[in-house]
Structures are given as C-alpha cells and as structure tokens.
Design a protein around this ligand. Structure first.
Ligand SMILES: Cc1ncc(C[n+]2csc(CCOP(=O)(O)OP(=O)(O)O)c2C)c(N)n1
Ligand SMILES: [Mg+2]
Length: 337
C-alpha cells in the first residue's frame, strides 16, 4: 500500500528548517525586547532619544534573512534594529549607540541612534535625510554589475521615504540598468504624523513600481514567512540578473515615531488595538507551537534574551564616552602630523 505523501509545512516549502524559524523568532523577540528597554531608558533620563521597531519585527527579520551575510550589501534605515541584529549586531551594540559611546560600532557615538553601519556585515552607513539611502544602494548595485561581483543589494525605507525624489531617481535608474537591488519598503501607515493617504494617491507603495518597469509585490508584515517568501523571490530575481524589485511590507508601528513624538495627537487607540490583534511575534509563536516546538523552549528563550539585554545595558553603560578631543574626527580632514 502506498504511503500518503506528508504535506510539507510552510517553512519546508520555502526551504527553511524549523530551527531557522525558531531563530527568526528569537531575533524578532530580541528586537521587541530591546525596544522596550530603550524606551524605558529614555523615560529614566539615561537615553536622550530613541526610535524602536515594535510592530516591524516580521518585516525586518523575514526580509533580512534573505541577505547572504558578508556577501550581499545592505543599506538599511533607522527603524531597522531587526535587520542589524540578523546581520550580526548584538544587543550591546544597540545600547552603545543609545548611550553614544566611543565603542558604538555605527559611528563611535557621533551619529544619531540607529544609523546602522558595519564594515564586516556590509551594512552601509546612512544619513538622517530620508530616502538618501536609495541612490547609494543603487550605486552599490551598479558597482556589482560593472565589476561582475556576486553581491546583490537589499535596501530599506519607510513608505514616507517613497515620496522624495531620491527614491524615484533610484528606482528609475535601477530598472533602466537592470541592477541587482531589492527595495524593501516597511509601510507602517504613517510618516511621523502623516497618514499614508496623505503621502500618496495610489493604494499601495507596490503600485509605484509599474511606472519604472519593475515588479512591485506586497508582503504581509505580520507574517514573517510571507515576508521571507516575497523578499527571497525578489533576491533570487536580482541574483539571476533579472533586475530590481520593490517589496512593500505592510505593517504598523506600535510605539510613537520616536521618544519625542506624541502619537495620541494623530491616531486612535482602536486603530492600534486592531493591529495588535495581528501581532507578528504572537503569530510566529503560534506557528512554532503548531509545529510542536515546546512552549517551555520559547519561554526559556525569552528569559535568556532578557538576561542578555540586562548584561548588555550594564556593559554598554560602563564603556568609555568619546574623548572630546576627537570631536571633529571624520568631520574635517585630520592634520597630517
Ligand atoms: C528629507 C527629510 N525630510 C524630513 C525628515 C524628517 N523625518 C524623519 S523620519 C520621517 C518620517 C519617515 O517616515 P517613513 O519613511 O514612513 O518611515 P517610518 O519612520 O514610518 O518607519 C520624517 C518626515 C527627514 N529626516 N529627511
Ligand atoms: Mg512609515
């Protein structure tokens, strides 16, 4: 008698092991828990200014999982704590940035927080000016094509960053020259207080892609596997020499735009509640439990992450501040002597 073929689980169909999904979940949870502590440190007066990724975890982790570490280039934006963690930054690295320490890997305590930068991880330093990262990403993709290098480029931004000219120029150039670049847009429905319907007259960011002659796809930002699937297809397309793709990931930011923002002035509690019902971390946990991962393993993980974060905060606080004598380093040319 023939055995009935076992239907593949979703992650298996995507070429992921169950352990991969467990590790994705770990980074998502770590991203959320780091954000919570950052906000607390701000309220305690220990962190001047923070911006966190709550609600963006599946968008960031699911997409960054497609980046080949040390091979592909990544050009993230300030919301991308989850991307930085996937690419190898630690919890301590995040707090070194928050405390603006000399050992902060992004800028040695010089830039505003979350300007992720890492030579080893091939993460390109950005600017506070939104959308300026896109032409940089396209330049890296052009270099790959001219030099016949193997890397692709994955770049990130919010939906608000799809309005400035930099985005349109980058999209157009990338499509004309069929460059190996993937634009991941985390559409969290707001650019600070500006809702998406005042940002653009089309229904989806993905709709913008057709105007440049590249595919635009929508991923469900509450579902890490959907984000992985859509981004992986886009990365495979870039790797195969077929050019760029725009991936819009629909999500919602749970916290105010930054620690300096009062979101009660522009959005309702009901709207937030509706999105919280679809929380990406809860959804990932439910999937793992359904795949017979023990609840105790997930709970142990939470405790390990919490302990790691506390140790990271203490260690980061004890690291040295930048030496005031180095204030203008990297701003002006240094004396030759
Ligand atoms: C060119 C430019 N204009 C305005 C700002 C101020 N600003 C900082 S973040 C932001 C909102 C960006 O929203 P979005 O791209 O949707 O990203 P999100 O913060 O929602 O993740 C704005 C307007 C800026 N940094 N740069
Ligand atoms: Mg936004």
């Amino acid at each position: 008698m023939k055995m009935a073929a076992r239907t593949k689980a979703r992650h298996e169909s995507l070429g992921l092991s169950l352990e991969d999904v467990v590790q994705m979940y770990r980074v998502m949870l770590q991203t959320r828990m780091i954000g919570e502590r950052m906000m607390q440190l701000n309220r305690m007066g220990k962190a001047m200014f923070v911006g966190v990724a709550d609600g963006h975890e599946a968008a960031e982790v699911g997409s960054a999982w497609c980046i080949r570490k040390g091979v592909d280039w990544c050009v993230p934006y300030y919301r991308d704590v989850g991307v930085a963690l996937v690419l190898g930054q630690t919890a301590k690295d995040q707090f070194l940035g928050v405390f603006a320490k000399a050992t902060d890997p992004n800028s040695g305590g010089r830039q505003i927080v979350n300007q992720f930068s890492d030579v080893k991880a091939k993460m390109l330093s950005g600017s506070v000016h939104i959308a300026t990262q896109f032409p940089h990403a396209v330049g890296l993709a052009l270099a790959a094509k001219i030099r016949k290098q193997d890397h692709i480029v994955v770049t990130y931004g919010g939906e608000g960053a799809t309005s400035p000219g930099d985005f349109h120029e980058a999209m157009n150039f990338a499509a004309v020259h069929e460059l190996p670049v993937v634009f991941v847009i985390e559409n969290n429905q707001y650019a600070i207080s500006t809702p998406v319907k005042l940002q653009m007259a089309v229904a989806n960011v993905a709709d913008r892609a057709a105007a440049y002659g590249m595919p635009g796809v929508i991923a469900d930002g509450t579902d890490v596997l959907d984000v992985y699937e859509k981004t992986k297809q886009a990365c495979d397309r870039a790797r195969g020499g077929d050019g760029p793709t725009l991936v819009e990931v629909k999500c919602y930011r749970y916290r105010p735009h930054s620690s300096d923002d009062d979101d009660s002035r522009y959005r309702s509690k009901d709207e937030l509640q509706a999105w919280l019902q679809k929380d990406p971390i809860d959804k990932a946990a439910a999937y793992l439990l359904q795949q017979a991962v023990a609840a105790s393993r997930l709970e142990d993980m939470r405790q390990e992450i919490a302990a790691d974060i506390e140790a990271a905060i203490t260690a980061a606080e004890n690291d040295p501040d930048p030496d005031p004598a180095t204030l203008t380093r990297y701003v002006y040319g240094e004396d030759a002597e």
